[in-house]
Design a protein around this ligand. Structure first.
Ligand code: PLP
Length: 469
């Protein structure tokens, strides 16, 4: 067919605006935005006709004109950030929002942010207060530190600490601890940004106390220890403990700063995991400043929490960067909530979602698996194999990289579509389900499937496989 005939088959903009499907969009968005989309999509269609030689493709594109316009408008009238079901088994999944906060904390946030609060108001004296005051006392109680504050995330905490305490001076770090976390946080680069001078000592696998000792000079500002959260050096390796470092720091009157990454407040070895250095242990060893993430193993909101000696924390609080990196009321509220839970370890383990998910046992997961399996088996008959299998969950978020927790999964192998097509369909649902593809099977690890989400999963498979008929 002649291209002109194709162009003529495209309805005029005025006419398109009268289509029911398009008029009904006016409930959600101003007419001018719809008009813009109609023009944009029809213009794209013209270009497509101009560039394509395939009649079939062109006809298909013309037929899709109205749905394409509706899709374009919906791309800015509907929520893009939405709930997903995490079937990966990775508890701290950085791409899926890292730590979950409890219902209780979420309810508190709702109450506080839909009205006014004493965020920076000292109710006792009727004067300006501090946004850190709501949780400072609790954190110091739990960790044994003298003072505390929080900023946007742990990367910001490291940047701020070094800027406030070490600018223009040398900071000594072991070569084994110059880590990269999550692709964008690199210890050497953060140090450079803060304006301090990186003085690296030792080797990748071994650093001794005398390496630090030999590097100390009149321009040294601090000794820095960084937890190598996301990798482990095994075999012929040695590092200097915080205890030894603080002893050396004391001798030379230098502060010891420790970035412990994940803010563990309970001894995880009690719950079957590998021991991770706790904040309390670090403070107890005499570290002058300790910082950690709020949304890793701590199980709170995204934040970088800084605890330590009062004099140093005061100095950090006064630094101009603190204002730029400050936490908002959502975070202050969620931090207060999570730290309150930690005042009682039993309460912490039973109410903080991250710890609850770590502690889920296989029997509980097997129950869920059986329940879902029974629900799905009829829908999937002759269309998709579904098995209950053992699997292993990860902590994620760059914490405990070698740790695997025994878990239970549902494993799917569709007959008439490919596994990757199933994965793709599940990802495009109203509530997307994200899992893993292993050996050409789609795996849902039930450890990270939350209460009530079984229903979403069974509906999703119904929707996908019943339309297949
Ligand atoms: C995760 C981590 C960071 C970065 O923390 P964010 O809260 O993600 O900014 C910094 N240092 C260490 C050692 C970490 O493990």
């Amino acid at each position: 067919m002649d291209k002109k005939t194709y162009y003529r088959s495209i309805p005029k903009v005025d006419l398109l605006m009268e289509y029911d499907e398009i008029r009904s969009l006016e409930k959600k968005c101003g007419r001018e935005y719809i008009l813009e989309s109609v023009r944009k999509v029809t213009e794209e269609l013209r270009e497509f006709i101009n560039n394509s030689e395939c009649q079939e493709d062109i006809n298909k594109k013309i037929k899709n004109l109205v749905p394409d316009i509706v899709g374009e408008v919906k791309s800015y009238t509907e929520y893009n950030l939405k709930k997903v079901v995490n079937g990966t088994g990775t508890i701290l999944h950085t791409n899926l929002g890292r730590a979950l906060i409890s219902d209780e904390a979420a309810d508190r946030i709702k109450q506080l942010v839909t009205g006014y609060s004493n965020l920076e108001y000292n109710l006792k004296d009727g004067i300006r207060g501090s946004r850190y005051s709501h949780f400072e006392k609790i954190i110091t109680k739990i960790t044994g530190a003298e003072a505390a504050m929080a900023v946007n995330n742990n990367a910001a905490a490291v940047l701020l600490i070094l800027s406030a305490l070490c600018k223009g001076k040398e900071v000594i770090v072991s070569r084994g601890e110059l880590v990269e976390i999550g692709g964008s946080f690199r210890v050497p680069e953060v140090m450079e940004q803060s304006g301090c001078i990186l003085k690296e000592v030792g080797t990748t696998n071994k650093t001794h106390l005398y390496d630090y000792d030999n590097a100390i000079n009149e321009n040294t500002a601090a000794l820095l220890k960084v937890h190598t959260s996301n990798y482990k050096i095994v075999g012929f390796s040695e590092s200097v403990s915080v205890d030894e470092l603080t002893e050396l720091g004391l001798k030379h009157n230098l502060p010891v700063i420790e970035d412990i990454g994940s803010g563990v407040l309970v001894d995880l070895s009690k719950y079957g995991l590998t021991y991770e250095p706790t904040v309390q242990a670090s403070v107890n060893s005499g570290a002058d400043i300790v910082c950690f993430s709020g949304d890793k193993l701590l199980g709170g909101p995204q934040a970088g929490i800084i605890v330590g000696k009062k004099e140093l924390i005061e100095k950090i609080k006064k630094h101009p960067l603190t204002r730029a990196l400050r936490i908002d009321k959502f975070t202050s509220c969620a931090l207060e909530s999570v730290f309150l839970d930690y005042m009682d370890e039993e309460k912490a383990v039973s109410s903080i979602p991250v710890l609850k998910l770590i502690n889920r046992n296989k029997d509980e997961l097997l129950n869920t698996a059986n329940l879902l399996h029974d629900r799905l088996i009829k829908t999937l008959r002759n269309k998709c194999e579904v098995l209950i299998e053992d699997c292993q969950s990860q902590i994620g978020g760059g914490s405990l990289p070698l740790e695997r927790i025994e878990s239970i999964s549902l494993s799917f192998k569709p007959f008439n579509i490919t596994t990757s097509s199933l994965e793709n369909k599940l990802r495009h649902l109203e509530t997307p389900i994200v899992g893993r593809v292993v050996n050409d099977r789609f795996i849902i690890d039930l450890r990270t499937v939350l209460q009530g989400e079984e229903e979403i999963i069974s509906e999703a498979f119904k929707c996908i496989f019943e339309e297949e008929r």
